[in-house]
Ligand binder design. Structure first.
Ligand code: 13P
Length: 257
């Protein structure tokens, strides 16, 4: 499969860090850094921090804003949930869906992930669908089987094109927050599995033009190995995104031009 040219995307995932009091400071500090132009740089902030992040950004578009989750209907009796329409009010362009921490701690299923991804796409927000095997599955050699099932389920209701093109994040659970990053060649194989599931549902053109990014213990020291690996179109960064200067360095390292 030929992988078409796609702009590298780096997404900072703060997870449950930085409420509104700290979010603006992060954005301002990050924007004071020298930032490469040839990358899509995105920051996924807690819902309660979206207003503060947007206020600090003003009209600036770098970094773009992402949510960490989103519900599957526009409104209704769903206490505690946040809809894609609400996210749009903050200029959110992307939202993570199905992060393993949500699957593990909140029981999020493949079916919920599929509904969330479709609702985001219909609203014009690009779903960043997170998939990945856990350590037991990895040890049993089930990476491909797990990814195929997760990807196939997640894209059940998606459209292949449109302005809010889907993105996949391969995040092996055993590599998240452990300092044990998945070797780039292994990530490349996983990305091929993801692309072949996309190809099966749509076609090779869609598979070749869907961005698939890697996440799990990525930092400024190893980012270059990933973004120079064929089929890896960027990274989803947790711990190494919490310091705005460190994340800016990571962005410059990924794109030294
Ligand atoms: P770490 O970069 O902290 O390993 O987290 C990865 C992750 O889960 C990003 O979504």
């Amino acid at each position: 499969m030929e992988i078409g040219f796609m702009k590298t995307i780096l997404i900072a995932n703060w997870k449950m860090h930085y409420g509104p009091m700290k979010a603006g400071g992060w954005i301002r500090a990050f924007r004071r850094e020298r930032l490469p132009k040839d990358l899509d740089i995105v920051v996924a902030v807690p819902h309660v921090s979206l207003a503060a992040a947007r206020a600090s950004l003003g009209r600036a578009s770098i970094p773009a804003l992402a949510a960490q989750d989103s519900f599957w209907t526009a409104d209704g009796a769903y206490t505690g949930e946040i809809s894609p329409a609400m996210l749009l009010e903050f200029g959110v362009q992307y939202s993570l869906v199905g992060h393993s921490e949500r699957r593990i701690y909140l029981g999020e299923t493949d079916e919920m992930v599929a509904k969330k991804a479709a609702a985001l796409q219909a609203a014009g927000i690009a779903p960043v669908i997170c998939v990945g095997e856990n350590e037991a599955q990895y040890k049993k050699g089930e990476m491909a089987k797990v990814l195929k099932a997760q990807v196939t389920a997640a894209i059940a209701n998606l459209k292949p094109d449109g302005k809010s093109a889907m993105i996949f994040a391969y995040e092996p659970v055993w590599a998240i927050g452990t300092g044990k990053a998945c070797p780039p060649q292994a990530a490349k194989e996983a990305h091929e599995v993801i692309r072949s599931a996309i190809q099966k549902k749509f076609n090779s053109n869609v598979a070749e033009h869907t961005r698939v990014i890697y996440g799990g213990s990525v930092d400024a020291n190893n980012i270059n190995e990933y973004v120079t690996t064929t089929g890896v179109n960027g990274a989803l960064v947790g711990g190494a995104s919490l310091d705005p200067r460190a994340f800016a360095l990571l962005c410059r390292t990924a794109n030294p031009a």
